[in-house]
Design a binder for this molecule. Structure first.
Ligand SMILES: [Zn+2]
Length: 354
């Protein structure tokens, strides 16, 4: 790691950094981990599956390979009776990310470590919570530091208290911090701290980039970002889920599918969200709105696929390896306009496809 000015800081000073997230959801869909516990044992069991997804995201324009250590912390692994694989899993996840980054010398992606909410932070007993949570973060951050990550993402926190501890632990090791809050509420964290105040506290605790990830789709994350932009002076981050949340259903856990009556408990989250997936054009519009706010750290969380990331990258003016296959309907046999396409196929359009 460059200790004078971090690689991440240099990249942010030059322009926008894209960080693909959403690995847990994508690998669940591909059959490598279980929805509910969401523990990425896939890192040890099927490392190639993880590496392939890393590759796909970098090909699509992610400037970062984020190690898949989300929810691979002591508490979660204890919950599934596999605490003994913690260290091995953590180290392997970072190694996989680094190996993939080395495959892309031209893109030269950054490698990020990752820590996340522990789900055991009790805001009514901060002292006891910190006693358990701090050492959990410390061990993960130590392993990430030993491996030489470029920075660490601390994500999906929903209390200011736990977020601050995360920032503090990482910055004490002199590693750059990207801290993102999962915005369940549009004004305050679960421990009732305004996002503005929470960011101020996290900045004091050493965060370089602050923002929001997960929970909300583009439509309901954007208004919060617009408000925060005028209040926050540091680099802002925006990584929504890729689902069509709305004023009535602002977070993806709220979504209801009126067109389907067979979803367990009637709740599409987390396994029946397909009808709500944003398309690439919606991602592009969100990207433009973020550019207007000078949000320098962008990405997508749950629901994201490589085509979404490519849309984001291309909207930012980047050409990615996957851009070679960006849609070109001018060559479609019915909808195309190329001269050598057969005119009689236009009839199909007029007869059947209107
Ligand atoms: Zn997410």
């Amino acid at each position: 790691m460059n200790t004078s000015k971090s690689f991440l800081e240099e990249r942010l000073a030059q322009g926008t950094v894209i960080c693909a997230e959403g690995y847990i959801f994508e690998l669940e869909r591909r059959g490598y981990l279980s929805a509910g516990e969401f523990v990425p044992e896939v890192v040890l069991e099927s490392p190639e599956a993880v590496k392939n997804l890393h590759r796909e995201f970098v090909r699509a324009g992610s400037d970062v390979v984020e190690a898949l250590t989300y929810y691979a912390h002591r508490e979660k692994l204890k919950l599934v009776g596999k605490e003994d694989i913690l260290e091995q899993l953590q180290k392997q996840a970072i190694r996989l990310a680094q190996e993939v980054a080395c495959e892309f010398p031209e893109e030269n992606p950054l490698v990020a470590g990752n820590i996340s909410n522990t789900n055991i932070w009790d805001s009514s007993d901060v002292k006891s919570s910190e006693k358990i949570v701090r050492p959990m973060f410390e061990e993960q951050v130590r392993w990430a530091k030993e491996a030489g990550v470029d920075y660490i993402v601390a994500e999906t926190f929903c209390t200011a208290g736990e977020a601050q501890v995360a920032c503090d632990v990482i910055s004490q090791e002199k590693i750059p911090v990207v801290l993102t809050i999962a915005p369940y509420n549009d004004v305050v964290t679960r421990d009732n701290v305004s996002y503005e105040k929470c960011f101020e506290l996290c900045q004091k605790a050493g965060a370089l980039v602050l923002g929001l990830n997960c929970a909300r789709g583009p439509a309901t994350m954007l208004p919060i970002l617009q408000r925060l932009r005028s209040e926050v002076s540091c680099y802002l981050a925006a990584l929504p889920v890729v689902y069509r949340t709305s004023l009535v259903e602002p977070i993806f856990q709220n979504l209801k599918d009126k067109g389907c009556s067979c979803i367990p408990e009637g709740r599409p989250y987390p396994t029946a969200l397909e009808p709500f997936v944003c398309n690439r054009y919606e991602v592009s519009e969100f990207t433009k709105a973020c550019m207007a706010l000078d949000i320098r750290y962008l990405g997508l969380c749950c629901g994201a696929g490589p085509y979404h990331i490519r849309s984001m990258a291309e909207t930012l003016g980047k050409t990615t390896r996957a851009s070679r296959f960006t849609p070109d309907l001018s060559k479609h046999y019915v909808y195309g306009k190329k001269e050598n396409l057969k005119p009689f196929n236009k009839d199909i359009k007029d007869t059947f496809l209107n």
